[in-house]
Structures are given as C-alpha cells and as structure tokens.
Design a protein around this ligand. Structure first.
Ligand code: SF4
Length: 639
C-alpha cells in the first residue's frame, strides 16, 4: 500500500480533450518523490527537443509530493514545470496556499497538461474524477472574480482554484498562475504557458487522504513544530518577510534604483513595521501551517484601494515594485502588488522590468516618444501602477515591457542591455550578491534564472552552525568571499533547496539552518509518512537528481556554461550606505564556476551533465534523452 501518495497522476490532453490516469510504481515515487523532479520527468519525456514555450507540445506539469496535505506546517506547496516563455529554458515555480493540499485530497498526486484546447476551458478535479468544462464566461476576468464564479458554479465555497488572469491570456512572458487570488506560481511565466493552452483554471476538491506509515511519529513532530513556532519563527509570524526591508538596508543589501545602490533612503516607508502600523489587516496562512507568515492588507481611501482578497506584498514585491523603482509610498506599492495578483503576473519580474525602464528613462535611452508620452521617473507611484495595468493588457508601451526586460532591451540597443538586472533573461531577486557573494555563483548557474530560494545565503555560514554542519559544512567563511569552501557551501545547500522544491516544502519551515525544522527532523518526517528509511544522504541526492534534470533540459535545448553569467551592472561599484563601492568581478564568478562544475561532476568546459553523473543519480535515461539532441560527454573534462 502506498503511504503519503495515491499513486495516481492525471494526464490531460487539451487538444483531444482526453483525460487519463497513470499509476506509476513505488520505484518512480521514491526516485522523484514529487514536485520539481517529477514535473521534469514528464517535461523531458513528453516534450520533444525544440518545443516552443507557447506551443501546444510544451508540457505543463503541476506536482504535489509524497508529503503534501499532511497536518503539519509547511507542506502545502505545488511545483509547476514547463519550458519557460521568459527564458526559453526550463521553467520552474512553486506556490503555497490551500490548493496543493486540496489537489491531494482530490485523489491525485499531480496533473500533466499537454496540447491546446480550441476554446477556453477549465478543469474540475474532485474525488478521483476529472472533467473539462467550458470557460468562455471566465475568459478576460481577473483572478478573484474567477474564484468566486467557480465557487458559485460548482456550489461549493471550499473548492480551491488555480487560475490565470488577463496577463496569462495575453501571453505576458512573466504571467503567473494564482491560487486564492494571492498565492502565485510567479516565476518563469507559467501563467503564459497555461494561457497558451486556453486553460483558464483548475478547480480541486476532495476527501481522499492517503494513509500515513506512522501516524504517531507524524503527530509528535507536528506537536513539536506547533510548540516551537513562536520561539523559532515568531518574527516571521509578526512581520512575515517584510521584516527583511530593515535587515537588508542595515547590511547594504536592499536594492535601490535598479541595483545602483544597496540602500534606499526612504526604506522606512516600506518596512514591515510601517505596514503593521498602517494597512495591515491581519495574517493569513497555508494549509495546516502554524507560522502564518502571509500578509493581508486593506485600504478604503484614496487612489490605492486595497482589497484583502488579494493578500499583501512580501519582501521581494516591496523591494522590486518599491525600492528598485525608488518608490516609498507603501499604498502605491501594495496596490501595484494587488494589480499583479488580479491580472496574474509575477511581482518580481514586473517590478524589475519597470525599474529597468525607469533606469533607461533616466539615462535618456527610453524617451516619451517610446512610452506614448509617459514620463518614467523614479519614485512615481502613479506611473508604477499605470504601467502594471498597461503590461497586463499589453497596451501601448506596456506591450514592450510585457516581453520582460531582457527582450525589451534588445529594441533599445547595448546601452539599454547594460542596465539589465537579469540572468538567462529572468529578472534577478532582491538579495544582492555584492554583500552575499555565493549568490553571484548560484544566480549565474541556476538553470531557471537567478533565484534567491535555490541555496542558503552566506550569512548562515559566517560562524559555526550545528544545523549547517549536518551537511558536513563546518568551516565558516566571511559573507563577501567566493572561495572553494564557499562554493562547496553553495553547492551542498543548493542540493538541499533543490530537494525541498522536489518534496514541495516551504523553505521558511523546513531547511538546513534557521527554519522551524532541521534536516534531521525532515528525515523523520519523510520516514513517518512514507515508511521509506531515508537518510540525509538520500535526500541530498534527490536534490542533486532534480538539479541535473533541470540542467539536462537546458543542455538538450542548447544552453550551458555560456548562459551562466552575471549582469554587467553587478560589476559596477554600488553607491552609498555600508555596501558603498562593492562589486562582483566576472573573473571571480568564472573561477567559482570552474570549481562548481567540477564539484557537481559536470563537464567544466560546457557546464553539461555527463553520462556517468546521470547514471550515478539513477537517471541514466536522461542521457538518452539528451542524445536525441546533442552529444553527451561520458565523463567530466577539466577544461
Ligand atoms: S511559513 Fe508562511 S509561506 Fe510557509 S507554509 Fe507557513 S504560512 Fe505558508
């Protein structure tokens, strides 16, 4: 009997309208466990090399894990995987909320979507059943309207809806899939993929809960988590991630004015405390989570009316829609965040793209002749919110920005490209590699573009740390160095975070350091649920397996070491604050890449996974997939 999972994957062919159920065996589940690795399995198998991101043949996989839907904090997450319309490389994005748990209760571990419907449809999945229904009446509507309409239509307020807004329908390259109207699979444009398939929404509901191997052990772990939430995670409960505004400002790591500076003079306007004192209505949570870190804001007056249904901005949104753009008006930034949630767009790429346009405007590269008369001045909240709407609707200059900053920059030439803060065409997060140097490496090599949730940050390794030592890391290094030991730290913790995205776990709750539960407790969790006698070693290998699959997809599509770069702007000295004058050099990143590829067992010259490594990870078949498109090195070269 399977423990923790149903053993059922729903396959949806939108071109033919057929729905089928696959029942993979236990070896499959133990090899991939869920989330990102399972999604990559289907993407690699089902989409031939060269499949365009918005073509019907692009496979969109939505995967829970063997741990999703259990009564313990930090397990209700789902990973979306497809080829990304933003980067052209592998796309990968996680969401939280209640949808992931409800998908599990509906009787399936994941959904694999292929093809394109002739007319807009939605998918209704409930208690082991699934059907496609007409969605013509939902097309063009914003996310919360769709949620309400489906609750009425299906006669159940407890259904969970994952859907796209107008941005996904319009092919905005950083469109998000939204659930609860405020939880996003935000990064890498998964909403545009869903829109290209004419799939407006997926509603889920059910009462089917898989058996757990050792219920008492699970209960004991959940009890420990609940009892220790306040001690370990109290700050997250009170401020959520918004507490980072002050922290980052203090260390000179709060990006201001499109990464010109690591400080923002008006940071206090965006701080978590200011939010608490002004527009915060309360906390929200994900299924069964005791941390309750999510913000809900409200405002009934002035131009920026805030509807609590759309949640509230996190640190990344505050920074990228705020300090990146030189804007400290919290209500304007929260309203821009709300618009992104309504229309279904990634707040990070959206904010950074607007900040890049403002930078170009300040340099006279973009002018009013390009924008239809709009002055893109830093600090202008009205322009910010106007642009967000224009992007979602692909209206006027918004149509240019809807392509993402990297594609938009090509229209304006090399001077505009020099101002980009992107890796692989995806906009970079608000954690600055200048002050946390391992991020320069991880941002460069991460297969789906720069990501701040793909490794532990340098601060966790500046002194001996018993939890980090569980990974065999006990030689701390200063935050601003990128030596071999720091690369080892970055690679090991990248494998850990990769494993967390495969098990679909919240990285605030489960992780190698400051999180509520440690890695040892995660081992206990997986054992209690599945009955598999896993170890930290097996889980690290799971993360490494997923990392190799991501990398292999890119290699198959012709991408490798040459795309592992940092933006030119990182090599210019920062201005102001405690990080004044700091910069990253291309040479240090190239040196670190040599070490990193060597440690990963990849070909150093191309950054490509080699057959021997794939075999070692039990996924030799991936080398076969690669060989359909390119030559796979048998073993790593060292030059
Ligand atoms: S810590 Fe926050 S994001 Fe993570 S599961 Fe809990 S409520 Fe959701």
């Amino acid at each position: 009997m399977p423990y923790g999972y149903h053993g059922k994957i729903l396959h949806v062919n939108l071109t033919t309208g057929s729905l089928t159920v696959e029942e993979p065996d236990e070896v499959f589940y133990r090899t991939y466990m869920g989330g990102s690795a399972m999604g990559l399995y289907y993407l690699l198998k089902n989409s031939p090399p060269g499949t365009e991101p918005l073509a019907p043949e692009n496979t969109l996989a939505l995967m829970d894990s063997v741990l999703t839907g259990l009564p313990i904090a930090g397990q209700s997450r789902m990973c979306a995987t497809a080829r990304s319309p933003l980067t052209g490389m592998v796309g990968d994005s996680q969401c939280g909320g209640f949808w992931p748990a409800e998908l599990k209760f509906s009787g399936f571990d994941g959904i694999v979507i292929w093809g394109r419907a002739e007319q807009p449809v939605y998918l209704w999945v409930h208690d082991g059943q699934a059907e496609l229904r007409d969605a013509a009446h939902l097309w063009g509507r914003v996310t919360h309207d769709v949620q309400r309409a489906l609750e009425d239509e299906l006669g159940d307020r407890r259904i969970q809806v994952l859907g796209i807004g107008p941005a996904g329908e319009n092919g905005v390259r950083f469109a998000a899939m939204m659930n609860m109207s405020n939880r996003a699979n935000g990064r890498t444009g998964m909403g545009a993929v869903m829109g290209s398939k004419n799939l407006k929404a997926i509603a889920v509901r059910g009462r089917q809960r898989p058996e757990v191997f050792d219920g008492e052990a699970l209960k004991a772990l959940a009890k420990w988590g609940a009892e220790n939430t306040e001690d370990v995670m109290g700050g997250m409960t009170r401020l959520g991630t918004t507490g980072l505004i002050r922290t980052q400002q203090g260390r000179g790591g709060l990006p201001g004015y499109n990464y010109d500076s690591g400080v923002f003079d008006d940071f206090e306007g965006l701080s978590g405390q200011t939010m608490c004192d002004t527009i915060l209505k309360g906390n929200d949570t994900c299924y069964a989570c005791t941390v309750r870190c999510k913000r809900v804001v409200e405002n009934e007056e002035g131009p920026y009316k805030l509807d609590p249904a759309y949640g509230g901005p996190e640190y990344e949104s505050l920074s990228m829609l705020g300090s990146y753009c030189g804007i400290s008006d919290l209500k304007a930034v929260a309203y821009a965040n709300q618009l992104c949630n309504m229309y279904g767009m990634d707040t990070m790429s959206c904010g950074a793209t607007i900040a890049w346009a403002m930078d170009c405007y300040a340099h006279g590269i973009i002018t009013k002749a390009d924008t239809g008369g709009l002055a893109l001045n830093y600090g202008d909240g009205e322009v910010l919110t106007r642009l967000v709407e224009m992007i979602a609707r692909r209206e006027g200059f918004g149509d240019v920005l809807a392509e993402g900053s990297a594609r938009a920059a090509r229209r304006f030439g090399p001077a505009a490209e020099d101002l980009l803060i992107t890796v692989k065409g995806s906009e970079m997060p608000a954690h600055m590699p200048q002050v946390k140097r391992s991020l320069a490496l991880i941002y460069a090599v991460n297969p789906f573009g720069a990501d701040h949730m793909s490794s532990e940050h340098d601060g966790s390794y500046t002194e001996y740390n018993a939890r980090i030592a569980e990974l065999g890391l006990f030689d701390p290094q200063p935050a601003r160095v990128l030596n071999a030991e720091k690369v080892r730290y970055a690679f090991y913790t990248q494998c850990t975070y990769s494993m967390l995205d495969t098990l679909d776990l919240c990285q605030f709750v489960w992780g190698p350091d400051w999180q509520l539960f440690s890695l040892s407790q995660l081992v206990e969790f997986v054992r209690a649920v599945t009955g598999w006698p896993v170890t930290v070693f097996e889980l690290q290998k799971l993360g490494e397996r997923r990392l190799n699959m991501l990398r292999a997809f890119n290699a198959r599509e012709g991408f490798g070491r040459d795309q592992d770069t940092i933006p030119k702007k990182l090599t210019k000295p920062l201005k102001g604050g405690s990080s004044d004058g700091l910069f990253v050099t291309v040479e240090e990143v190239e040196r670190a890449k040599d070490i990193y590829y060597g440690m990963a067992g990849w070909d150093v010259a191309t950054g490509m996974p080699v057959r021997a490594k794939l075999e070692e990870l039990g996924i030799g078949w991936v080398a076969g997939e690669l060989e359909t498109a390119c030559a796979v090195p048998e073993a790593a070269s060292d030059d």
